[in-house]
Design a protein. Structure first.
Length: 89
């Protein structure tokens, strides 16, 4: 899948699964993520996301999902745990 250009992705962080390790924050080339006051990652500059996928691929808790930004799109909620492969694809 070709990479999208800057600002065309939706960065979804699921705080219930995020343990606050900070890997995504430390290595994001666009500095899209920051740690919240609760110690969880959160997207603060989503318009700077270049869709490199580092955060999604390296999150040890599967707490981040990168999706195409479409009109009316929002982050899904998964009350029973991290998304399955069929829910992400």
């Amino acid at each position: 899948m070709p990479k999208k250009t800057k600002g065309q992705t939706l960065v979804c962080v699921y705080p219930d699964w995020c343990k606050g390790c900070g890997l995504c924050v430390a290595f994001c080339p666009g500095k899209v993520l920051e740690m919240s006051v609760l110690g969880k990652a959160e997207p603060v500059r989503e318009e700077d996301c270049i869709n490199c996928g580092f955060c999604e691929l390296h999150c040890p808790d599967f707490a981040i999902s990168i999706r195409p930004k479409e009109k009316g799109a929002s982050c899904p909620t998964f009350p029973s745990g991290p998304p399955t492969e069929s829910e992400v694809c």
